[in-house]
Design a protein around this ligand. Sequence first.
Ligand code: ADP
Length: 347
Amino acid sequence: MKLRSYLLIANGISIAVILIFLIVSYVKMLLSLDVVIWLSGVTLGVGLLSFILHYFLTRPIETSIHRITLESKKIADGDFQGQLVPSGPIEFQMLAKQFNEMSRKLDESFNQLRSSESSRRELVENISHDLRTPLASIQSFVEALQDDVIKDDTTFQRYLTTIRVETGKLSGLINDLFQLSRLQSGVELFEPEPYHMDNIILEKIQSHLLQLEEKKLEIKVEMSDSLPSVAIMPAKLKRALSNLLQNAIRYSPEGGLISVTVSEFGNDMVRVSIADQGEGIRESEQELIFERLYRTDKSRNRESGGAGLGLAIAKSIIDLHGGSIGVESVYGKGSCFWFTVPQYVVK
Ligand code: ADP
């Protein structure tokens, strides 16, 4: 039975009971027949009027319920765009507002789900591409060696070197993916120890000396003598720094200058920045480059760069330390990558 019919029947029954009691009372009052008939007539009329008023006054309830029913049907069909206009009794207005809020949240969640599904697909495609390229190259060189077509020792050695280089790339990529997945899944715990930032900077520059020399790059380091100790996980931070330094070298022009600056930041952080004179990064891409597998060079040529995991790993490491990471860059002029890590506080 519809709610409105139910309300009308309930109202009809209560009016009928009141009328019966009134009419019986009139009869018992020993009034003249005319008066009883007149009073009963008026009472019946008022009862009827009340019923009619009730009929019209319950209409907004029916309309509101009807609209909410239609809206829930739309939601059930996956359409979250509809907006109920709050009207009718106050409870229904509140219900309509809550309904709109619920549709908006459902819409948001579904959009997130769709975009994470498509970025997952994109991720799998990119990883497959990055794994396939060195694998295909290894396969073709191994086949050439197996076919025994290479007779001279120099070519033989060159083929072996290529296989070794490609295998190295493959294992580096798998290692990066493993690291990133551990960092982003939150299984890595933050277990810091007091450390001196200057040690890490000098060690990392030392390990990149060969590449710096190869590109004839000049490196300038600026840090104050009274730098406080930092609370970090040294191996992880070395990794983050190495990725930034590697990029600065990779994207710098030959003979360029790389400036590394370390300074206190606020009361409780230390800031490290690495500036290069490379190609720079467009403003629209400055946030995206910290996403995994994002490369500004869409041709994805691994000769000109990595797989696009370096900055995502660096960001996850800095996030783990409770610091921030970012870039300031002018396209065509150079980039300055920076990050902050907490100072060590003696307890
Ligand atoms: P990749 O291994 O491809 O360098 P990263 O995650 O380290 O991956 O960097 C992502 C992208 O950010 C790079 O493909 C490059 O386009 C851009 N990028 C990173 N560092 C620099 C830099 N110092 N100068 C210019 N572009 C950079």
